[in-house]
Design a protein around this ligand. Structure first.
Ligand code: CA
Length: 140
């Protein structure tokens, strides 16, 4: 799974990118809206984590067909409604917990794949994305 992280804050970006890589995602990190648009035009992503407060282009201008989880320090109800109306699929207010971010990512990826069951089953193979456990014939 390839995730595009759009975040101009160095500390947050590094922590989130490292955390998600540690969970087994491929993470492309860009720091402004224009770079995000170029990345989305050239690379298929499973999900976008989008900071709304970006230099140059407002984060909302970046929203496309890829599932988008918006992160922002804007915490008024109107900003949240604006983000969801503009096409965001989920919303996290900063500062947020990395574990909560991971759980929301898994939920969004499940939804975009049309699955409500968190466990992936194919024949004798079972994959649990949240624990990253893989079973074949019931064995780890
Ligand atoms: Ca920002």
């Amino acid at each position: 799974m390839r995730i595009l992280l759009v975040e101009d804050d160095e500390m947050i970006g590094e922590a989130v990118a490292d955390g998600l890589k540690g969970e087994g995602y491929a993470v492309d990190w860009v720091k402004d809206g224009n770079s995000a648009i170029i990345a989305l035009d050239t690379t298929p992503f499973s999900l976008v984590i989008l900071d709304l407060g970006l230099p140059g282009k407002d984060g909302l201008a970046v929203l496309k067909d890829t599932p988008v989880l918006v992160t922002t320090a804007r915490d008024t109800v109107n900003d949240r409604i604006e983000g969801l109306d503009a096409g965001a699929d989920d919303y996290l207010i900063k500062p947020y917990d990395l574990d909560e971010l991971s759980a929301r990512i898994r939920a969004l990826l499940r939804r975009s794949a049309g699955r409500s069951d968190p466990i992936i089953r194919r024949g004798r193979l079972t994959i649990n994305p949240s624990t990253r456990e893989v079973l074949f014939n019931g064995e780890s």
